[in-house]
Design a protein around this ligand. Sequence first.
Ligand code: ATP
Ligand code: MG
Length: 331
Amino acid sequence: MSMITRVSASYDASQARTRELEAELCRDPGRFRVLTGDRPTGSLHVGHLFGTLANRVRLQDLGVDVMVLVADYQTITDRESPASLPADVLGLIADYLAVGIDPGRATIFAHSQVEALNQLMLPFLSLVSVAEVSRNPTVKDPVHQAADILFCHANLVPVGSDQLPHIELTRMIARRFNDRYSPGRPYFPEPDGLLSDAPLILGMDGGKMSKSRGNAIALAASEDETAQLIRTARTDTERQITYEPERRPEISNLVLLAALCLERSPAGGAGLKRLLTDALNERLRPLRQRRRELADDPSYLSGVLAAGTDRAREIAAATLSDVRELMHNDY
Ligand code: ATP
Ligand code: MG
């Protein structure tokens, strides 16, 4: 079988599996623990809101146990100076809380501070070959991510289709661990990827909206900054406004964003930029208000992170202790 058919066959299977999982999530949300997270590399933006944050809040509100990893260790490789990291981490937590992640129900924790999680990497590394790791097309250190998922026995990981291979590797590590050290009584769950049907939001330059491209509308932006960014948005020369994502990606992206804010299906309309500015500012107003209040209280944000990190530490310590016992390393 060619690589392409294999990839798309597994994509179809993952889509079918996602439909089953969605039904199961409604029936029995308490059965699931979700692991998600972000790199603290700058303000989250409107692409994150519609692409992933809204889904996390939905899962949390269904009653799923949501673990949110602040992936500070994953900023090491592409950061020249880590001095802005503390501010970026607190900014990320303000973004999370402002969009509705509830620290009373979800667990927000700092990767670098959960030592037992990181300790799991060593036994996991022994379960994969260098060739297997280097075949993984997207992730620099997929074993790292397997530890992030498995340390808390997460069984559900919201992903884009490009991240399916890394879930596959995590499943393989879980399977190998279970076969070798806990035969007949699987210790780690093999996590499922939950494919999102979230739209890909473009930035104001027509490329993917991205923290690092300078084309994003940050959740933390002011209403004036938002208006200014939308004014500069790239469009085309046709006068009519239509929703044709393939043929007219830039205009369609603005129409889509307005529709997402207004909870309508995308349709054409006059005065698009003004309409979008109003719709987006209105949609983000309560969130931004909350975010400003949160940002004014850094000790509260640090407290949220410390409490989440304590919980993650307890979970990781219990897992590491089980792993040592199963590996007969408990002397
Ligand atoms: P960077 O520029 O540092 O890569 P980014 O803005 O691309 O940052 P990531 O942290 O790489 O953001 O993205 C995290 C997740 O957020 C993605 O896996 C995806 O689910 C979602 N996401 C990011 N950008 C968008 C977007 N423009 N549209 C929809 N979803 C997005
Ligand atoms: Mg990115």
